[in-house]
Design a binder for this molecule. Sequence first.
Ligand SMILES: *Cc1c(COP(=O)(O)O)cnc(C)c1O
Length: 338
Amino acid sequence: MIDLRSDTVTKPTPEMRQAAFEAVVGDDVYNEDPTILKLEALAAEIVGKEKAMFVPSGTQGNQIAVLTHCVSGQEVILEADSHIYFYEGATISAFAGVQPRTIKGKDGVMDPEEVKLAIREDDIHQPETGLICLENTHNRAGGAIVPLENMRDIYSISKEAHIPVHLDGARLFNASVATGISIKEYAAYTDTVQFCLSKGLGAPVGSIIAGDEAFIVKARKWRKRLGGGLRQAGMIAAPGIVALNKMVDRLTEDHEKARLLAQGLIEIGFSVENNVDTNIVLVNTQSRGYTAKQFVEKLKESGILSSAFGPDTVRFTTHYDVSEEDIQNSIDLIKKLV
Ligand SMILES: *Cc1c(COP(=O)(O)O)cnc(C)c1O
């Protein structure tokens, strides 16, 4: 099977497995796991924030951010197709008790003027705006890169209004590698950042949430409340250290593979719906007479796994466990199918 469903399907590298095997560990709820502390220090350094904290998943990292920044009854501004709004089970409402205020972006990019207008006034009838969330790269926009200038503009609006900004940077490393803009530069226009170790970077488990020290102190408490306080977690943090040290630069290969796939599919007569900035390709199946579900099934019979993304859209995601040859083979197989 050539698995192009997601960049989460990768298996840990031999070096990650070795690192897990050899990890020096302690009880992380007591702050005594040396490998966790090492990963958190490395992550904080990379994002340029005072502190970082390991969390079991990106979803938990985002939810901890909302819970830590906000109080119940506030409103959070987010992009209408953002992961936090679309894919996290309404947890911001159910757990944090906040109301989402969505803004439809273009390729995942919100207009700063619209963000400004969405910020609530001091009025007895209205909720307070408690947080603004950004996402880069933008998942549902097909791994689209949100330009640094856009983040800067929204950040400056937020600072005038004294509202914090959280970045869901599950795939921020993809943006950074594609643009040459450092993680630190992106993170400079945020108060807190979440990024995944378990997506393109290939670690088996985990995400990082970073911010200033006061934020992380509160966030640790939320993590414990949510059941994310782990014990000898160095076992799973060690592969994360390998991910940050060894797996970042190679993301360019994933982007090349995505472009290769997009090109190949366009040549067969499919239309590609996204710009393919990074490692995701959104392919429209309608012109070839398939619904997304039908096409996914058909591909599966030929040994290719993909995701139905919309009624007529199939999503392919490249990652280090698929080679350029796999991509070429996939294109050849699809050519035969249609
Ligand atoms: C995958 C993803 C998450 C959630 O990460 P999990 O580790 O799967 O919980 C959050 N935000 C974005 C943009 C994602 O792509």
